[in-house]
Write a protein that binds this ligand. Structure first.
Ligand code: CTP
Ligand code: MG
Length: 236
């Protein structure tokens, strides 16, 4: 069984504020993308990492990653991405060689995921689950609302039972055929915000394994503060 990790890194990072594309911003002096690539290569099972670069930035990303070499164990491919995350993942999947049968999809924006989480996802796929997501219970209560024009308070429609909810992270792991079929079948804009969501739309089972609090997504400026602190604690 051969496992590859596809890392979508083509987003601008609008919510993080002005600057370089999010994946190329520094964390502890090293680009976030380099952390994410290392986090995947840290798993002994991962033999290939496919990085999906900003559409016009593949040569620069290739150059950047060549300056931070991985061990001999892990091959690296860089491809240009697309306008949406779903399109970027599809472009990454198109670069997979035939020999790969387990695929991880991991956000570059989750640079600090521990290797134990990566290995747990891979193990669950290898044990027979076609789709596996790492996830954590929620701290906040969640309300469903009826969206209103800006400035109008939103009426609450319902409160899902918190104990049954999970906040989903990456890497998500898949049997290769299942993920390719999901990306070939499900049309963009049907509301799937993660890869497992596409598999769900095919009616295929998805299972959850425990996530990790350090696998949080760097989305807003405060997340960068937390990420720097986690890194400093690791280095202490
Ligand atoms: N991504 C991608 N291609 C896109 C959009 C997003 O590869 N066209 C990637 C991002 O680079 C990121 C991951 O998908 O690693 C998760 O997306 P998100 O956290 O939303 O990142 P951005 O889209 O860059 O951020 P924002 O939505 O704030 O602009
Ligand atoms: Mg986005």
């Amino acid at each position: 069984i051969r496992t590859a990790a596809v890392i979508p890194a083509a987003g601008r990072g609008v919510r993080l504020g002005p600057g370089a594309p999010k994946a190329l911003r520094a964390l502890g002096g090293t680009p976030m993308l380099v952390h994410a690539v290392r986090a995947m290569a840290a798993s002994r099972a991962v033999s290939l990492v496919v990085v999906v670069a900003p559409p016009d930035g593949a040569p620069e990303v290739r150059h950047l990653l060549d300056e931070h070499p991985l061990g001999d164990r892990t091959d690296l491919v860089v491809v240009p991405g697309g306008a949406t995350r779903q399109e970027s993942v599809r472009l990454g999947l198109a670069a997979l060689p035939e020999a790969i049968d387990v695929v991880l999809v991991h956000d570059a924006a989750r640079p600090l995921v521990p290797v134990d989480t990566v290995d747990a996802v891979i193990a669950a796929v290898r044990a027979g689950a076609p789709a596996v997501v790492p996830a954590l219970p929620l701290a906040d209560t969640v309300k469903q609302v009826a969206p209103q024009p800006q400035g109008t308070p939103e009426p609450v429609v319902g409160t899902p039972e918190r104990a049954l909810l999970r906040a989903v992270q990456t890497p998500q792991g898949f049997d290769r055929e299942t993920l390719l079929k999901a990306h070939d079948t499900v049309v963009e804009g049907e509301g799937a915000t993660d890869d497992a969501g596409l598999v769900e739309r095919l009616g295929q089972p998805v299972v959850v394994v425990p996530g990790h609090e350090e696998a949080f997504k760097v989305t807003r400026p405060l997340d960068l503060v937390l990420a720097e602190a986690v890194l400093a604690r690791r280095r202490a």
